[in-house]
Structure formats: structure tokens, C-alpha cells
Design a protein. Structure first.
Length: 600
């Protein structure tokens, strides 16, 4: 016969058990500690395991969960107090059942705490009511959605109040309005203080999720909403970089929303996806903030807004945190107990949806992480919003797409945007091996006349004396961002070859003597552009650009001839850039003035 037990944990740093059976009316109350169970938990009917004051439950089971019983684990988490704002969630518990294994979740398992152990079940509002309230706690079921292997907005699936959210599936939920001054643990922290930028407390009650939890993903960067499925912190790096999880791109995306947009209409939303790249297992990763967008009612982009500017640490996902992952192939990814850690939310590397607190010196000394060398590149676009990119310098990085390092742009519907151009795709985080002569291409999209202002807001663990330039292929100019911003106005178009990040303004490769022997001349009398090549340099291409960066004349496979002639009779009068590229990818460029005025 198994023994019924009752514990009250207060000062012990860790309690460990092979397995636990909690009998009826014999609650276990864990305060500000970790409860470690190496095997299963059996929760008898009317039994309760309370995790309080940042307490967490960690289990060591390998394989599927064998937790059982109709008793409950109770754990708190705080979401937004704004009933117009979404949070992305992933439940740590499922519906209590006698049988073993993880079970489905629904919002009927959410409660309003009235004391450290007592609750009032949340009221579930009908689909016709869009506004949740704090007291009484009422949740608008209309906003409960999940997403699996989606490539467009229409693939969100409404769940409402159904208990159909499987372990590991994420869900959306809007917050509450009003105030709830109940302080269930007499700690001075109330359920909902009602002020701006505050939180609403929820009590999740059910069978604790445990063991290996599989989530389906699809190829082609199909998006799946998932998250931390356990009643403990999740080492996000360990999950993303697990060799068995190669079916995803190993990048996590977090929804951020403008709190000033007080509307349920999709056309008024302003939000976007912050992006987390783990880099390596032992690093603290890189996070770039969302670029806020707003949408039309059909899910297409409407207008743009400011960058969120949030600095959120993501390495350790707290209880309940939801996020998107993209599929690299058709298959599954697995959450495992080996990915779980005891890491308190609010510590330097774990926030649910809150800005990072200031770190004390003691906290910084405790962090045993690798700091990835990188810098952020911000681009203010039309003085309306800011696109943030991050360029990381890592020995593990290649010149191609590296899973877990390079992060694709999830907000590609912006009408005007800037991103890294990598492997014919748009990326917001890119990793490279640093080389002084390397140039990193940027892709610029402008649907209207667009003003870009490039600047560097921060440089992390990278040589502070190293210059960083925006290089403009059009006029071969270098603009040092370490000395100040660079601003330019562009005509509508897509620019994939014009702008690059460079680290030196010295052109290496062809000697100056060889370049001085190559002559470019515009013969306006005969409407011909001539180039003399006495050294028989082998060229692979010639491109003539106008001052908007558009290629107006292109010739390939030029080979090593001594003379080149190109007709310019069909071109408008103006200034152009003649560009020759050698077989070794070196470039010779020169401005020419074409005048066809008065010719018949």
C-alpha cells in the first residue's frame, strides 16, 4: 500500500523523490522551491499539489508520462490585463483523469485565486462577448485559437471553451480589464492591480504535463504555435538545438502587441513577432524586437507602426509561455524532461512577456553563458516604424542558412522593409564568420518613395574599434555607422544587390595599376558606351545602373576581350553607373553621362 504524504516546503533548497502518491485531503504545498520527482506522480481524487512563489515541478521520466489520478497541480501565471491584447500560451496542465499520460487542456481549467489554496473557477463568456474582466474573472472564449502547420492567416482554428488543446499545443487568449485587489498569499502582489502595463493572475489546475511531448511541424516554414508545456521552466536552447528536433528551423518567434491599440478589430491591430535565435546550446541567444504591424480584417497588412523596442530575455521559457516555430520538413519535434530546468521567472534570462529587469552584479556573476558577438542594425523607415536586425559572428556559422542561427523574417508583408538577403530569402538574424573583406547583402523593399535611416543601437562582445559601414553599390560609397546614422531616400522598387554591410572601405583584389589600365568612355555622338581592356581581364558581366539603382542594360559572359561596345541609343539622358564584374567577383565601376538629346 502506498503511503499518503503531506509536505510543507519552505527553506529546503531542493526536495527529490523517486515517485509521489498524494492522497485525498493531504495537500502538498511547495513555496519558493523546486520539487523534483524522478518518476511519476499519482494524484488521488481531491488531492492537491500547490506550487507557490515561483515554485516549480521537475520530473525525470524518460519517454511518455505516467502521471495519473484526478487530483490537481495548481500553478500561477500572469498574462496581460488588457482585454484587447493577446498573449500566446501553452498550458502546463491537462484535464485530470484516472488514466496515465498527458491530457487535453481547455480554459475551463483556469481559476481566480482567492487565497493561497482556494479559487473561484473562471466564468467562460459566450462567443458573442469579446471583453474579459478581472473580478469576477471572466474569459472571452471567442479569442481562444490554435495554429498548426499554417502558411496563411485563415488557418487559425478557433477552440473557444472546448477541451481540445493537446499537451504542447499553444493557444491565444486575450486578457482582462478591471481590477482585482485580492492578495491570495499576503505578499503584497494582487491578482490584477488595474494599472497600465500590469498583469492578470490565472491559476492553472489539472494533471501536470510530463515526459516526451510531440508536436507536428510541416515543411516550407509552416508555422506552429507551441510553447513550454511543463509546470517548470524550459531551457529553450536545449529544446531548439536538440539534434532530434531537426524538423524545425530551431528559431522561436514571440508575439508582441501595441498596448495603445484598444480595439478588437483586426484592422486596428499593431503587432509583430520578436525573434529568438539560440545560436549554440550554451549561449544566451540573440533576440530582436518585433516590428509592429497592423492588419485588415482579412489578415492582410494595413499600415505600419513603431518597433516594440522590448528587451526580453528568452533563454529560459517560463511556465505557460507560448511561441511559434517553423517547420523545416514534415515531421515532429519533441519536448523532453531533459529540456526542463528550475529557473525562476524574473531572473535575468526568463520573462513571460515583460521587459528584462536591471541585473545586479551578483546576478551577472551567476550567469554561466556564452555571449554571442553581434551588433544590432536598426532602420527607421519613413519615420513610422523601426526594423531591427542582428548580425552575429560565430565560428559555427557558414555562408548559407544555419538552423538555430539564421532567423527568417516572419513579417514579410510590410510594404517597406529591410532584411538580410540570404539564400534567396529575407532574414532578421544572420550569423557569419567575421572577415574584414566580407560584405553582407541587405534586401530593401519599397512600395512608395521611402526614406531609410540606418544606425547601430548596440554592439555586444565585438571589437568596439571595428568600423561598420553601409556600402552602396550604386555609387560605390561607404557610410560609417559608428560615426552616425546614414539616411537615404529610394524610389519604389526591390533592391537586393545595392546595399551591403561592410567592415572596410578599402577595395581589395585587382591592383590599382590594372584598374588604371581599364578605360570606360561614353561616346554620345554615336550613342555607344566603350570600354578598353588592354590587359585582357576576364569579365563575367556588365551592368549599367540608373541613379535609382535599376539595371537598364545587362550583358553576361563577356570573357577577356580588349574592347567592349554597348549601344545606349534607347536610354534617356542622365547619369548612370557602368559596372564590370570579373570572373573573381571583383568590380570596376564608373559614372558616365549619357546624352541623347536632339537625336532623331
Amino acid at each position: 500500500m502506498k503511503k499518503k504524504i503531506c509536505f510543507f516546503f519552505t527553506m529546503i533548497s531542493m526536495q527529490g523523490f523517486a515517485q509521489i502518491y498524494i492522497g485525498a485531503n493531504t495537500p502538498v504545498y511547495v513555496k519558493n522551491q523546486v520539487l523534483y520527482v524522478s518518476q511519476n506522480i499519482n494524484l488521488a481524487a481531491n488531492s492537491n499539489l500547490y506550487l507557490r512563489n515561483n515554485s516549480q515541478l521537475v520530473q525525470g521520466t524518460t519517454g511518455s508520462s505516467t502521471n495519473s489520478g484526478t487530483g490537481i497541480v495548481s500553478v500561477y501565471q500572469e498574462g496581460t490585463s488588457d482585454n484587447f491584447e493577446y498573449n500566446y500560451w501553452c498550458s502546463p496542465v491537462g484535464s485530470p483523469t484516472i488514466g496515465t499520460g498527458n491530457t487535453n487542456f481547455g480554459i475551463t481549467l483556469l481559476n481566480r485565486p482567492t487565497s493561497s489554496t482556494a479559487v473561484v473557477p473562471a466564468t467562460i463568456l459566450p462567443l458573442s462577448n469579446y471583453n474579459g474582466t478581472a473580478n469576477p474573472l471572466a474569459i472571452a472564449s471567442y479569442w481562444i485559437y490554435k495554429l498548426t502547420n499554417a502558411n496563411n492567416y485563415s488557418q487559425w482554428v478557433q477552440v473557444a471553451d472546448a477541451t481540445t488543446i493537446a499537451a504542447g499545443e499553444g493557444f491565444t487568449m486575450k486578457g482582462t480589464s478591471g481590477t482585482d485587489t485580492t492578495d491570495p498569499e499576503a505578499t503584497g502582489v494582487v491578482n490584477n492591480p488595474g494599472a497600465a502595463a500590469t498583469a492578470q493572475r490565472y491559476d492553472f489546475r489539472g494533471k501536470p504535463n510530463d515526459g516526451t511531448i510531440n508536436v507536428t511541424v510541416g515543411s516550407g516554414n509552416a508555422a506552429t504555435l507551441t510553447g513550454n508545456p511543463y509546470p517548470s521552466a524550459l531551457d529553450l536552447n536545449a529544446f531548439l538545438m536538440d539534434p532530434a528536433n531537426s524538423a524545425c528551423t530551431r528559431i522561436a518567434y514571440f508575439w508582441e502587441q501595441d498596448k495603445s491599440a484598444n480595439s478588437h478589430y483586426l484592422s486596428a491591430y499593431k503587432g509583430g513577432y520578436g525573434t529568438y535565435s539560440p545560436g549554440t546550446l550554451g549561449s544566451n541567444g540573440i533576440y530582436v524586437a518585433a516590428t509592429f504591424n497592423s492588419y485588415k480584417s482579412d489578415g492582410t497588412l494595413n499600415t505600419t507602426g513603431t518597433s516594440s523596442g522590448l528587451v526580453i530575455e528568452r533563454k529560459y521559457s517560463p511556465i505557460g509561455q507560448g511561441f511559434l516555430i517553423n517547420g523545416a520538413s514534415n515531421g515532429t519535434v519533441s519536448f523532453k524532461n531533459a529540456h526542463r530546468v528550475f529557473y525562476k521567472e524574473g531572473s535575468p534570462l526568463s520573462q513571460f512577456a515583460k521587459s528584462s529587469p536591471n541585473k545586479t552584479s551578483a546576478e551577472k556573476e551567476k550567469e554561466e553563458v556564452t555571449i554571442i558577438s553581434h551588433f544590432k542594425l536598426n532602420t527607421i523607415i519613413n519615420n513610422e516604424f523601426t526594423r531591427q536586425l542582428a548580425l552575429a559572428f560565430m565560428p559555427e556559422a557558414t555562408d548559407g542558412v544555419d538552423p538555430g542561427i539564421d532567423a527568417i523574417n516572419m513579417d514579410q508583408s510590410l510594404p517597406n522593409d529591410v532584411s538580410f538577403w540570404l539564400d534567396n530569402g529575407n532574414y532578421v538574424i544572420q550569423g557569419v564568420n567575421f572577415e574584414l573583406t566580407k560584405r553582407i547583402p541587405l534586401a530593401v523593399k519599397a512600395t512608395t518613395n521611402t526614406t531609410l535611416k540606418f544606425y547601430i543601437p548596440e554592439v555586444i562582445n565585438f571589437d568596439p574599434s571595428q568600423k561598420i559601414y553601409i556600402y552602396d553599390e550604386l555609387d560605390l560609397s561607404y557610410h560609417d555607422l559608428k560615426t552616425g546614422p546614414y539616411e537615404i531616400t529610394l524610389a519604389p522598387g526591390t533592391y537586393k544587390d545595392r546595399f551591403k554591410i561592410a567592415f572596410t572601405s578599402v577595395t581589395l583584389g585587382l591592383s590599382e595599376e590594372v584598374k588604371n589600365n581599364f578605360f570606360i568612355n561614353q561616346d554620345n555622338t554615336n550613342s555607344v558606351l566603350n570600354a578598353l581592356n588592354p590587359d585582357n581581364i576576364v569579365f563575367k558581366s556588365f551592368v549599367l545602373y540608373d541613379l535609382l539603382g535599376r539595371a537598364v542594360l545587362t550583358k553576361n559572359n563577356l570573357k577577356g576581350e580588349q574592347n567592349y561596345n554597348f549601344s545606349t541609343s534607347g536610354l534617356s539622358s542622365g547619369v548612370y553607373i557602368a559596372t564590370f564584374v570579373t570572373a573573381d567577383h571583383e568590380k570596376i565601376a564608373q559614372k558616365v553621362v549619357i546624352s541623347n538629346a536632339g537625336k532623331q
